[in-house]
Design a protein around this ligand. Sequence first.
Ligand code: MN
Length: 206
Amino acid sequence: MNNDTSEKAAPHVLPFLPYADNALDPVISANTIGFHYGKHHKGYVENLNKLVAGTEFANLTLEQIIAQTAGKADKSAIFNNAAQTWNHTFYWHSLKPKGGGEPPAVLKKKIEISFGTLDACKKELATAAMAQFGSGWVWLVLNGDTLEVTKTANAEVPMTAGLKPLLTIDVWEHAYYLDYQNRRADYVSAILDKLINWEFALQNAS
Ligand code: MN
């Protein structure tokens, strides 16, 4: 992750939102941001700090905690809160006011090599979002030199599968229910057209 979103060891802090809480309106309302960032994301950070206090994980960075607890059933609470802390910071940076539109030329070229067209890439992201049963995340990732779309359940992250995340869309119901109720497809489509931060994806790809 780039410097804007890098994390230090405990106590972990809730990073500042990269924009005002009403800056994504009307696609994502300030009301949704208030709960999603102010309650959910904040809660994961607070839970993580409580869980790692006095443990072998107390002096590790977020990325180190995620790597060392992934797939370990007895560490699932720490993993879930660490990964959700990381995922949400990455998600806020994956969006921006007046996003969407055309990716930077270098990224667009990579997208066309991997997916054929930008529309095909966006369609694959939207399809993955609908195919994710229950809570989870949809990702644009680098698999070696190839761009791919993948999805993860609950708090899972692509890094544990050797994939490099470029951007993500949160498809937990708390991400869209206040604004879209059950219409996940409309939420994802609006993000892809109006908020997705292709510059952030390009930063992560290089
Ligand atoms: Mn969320």
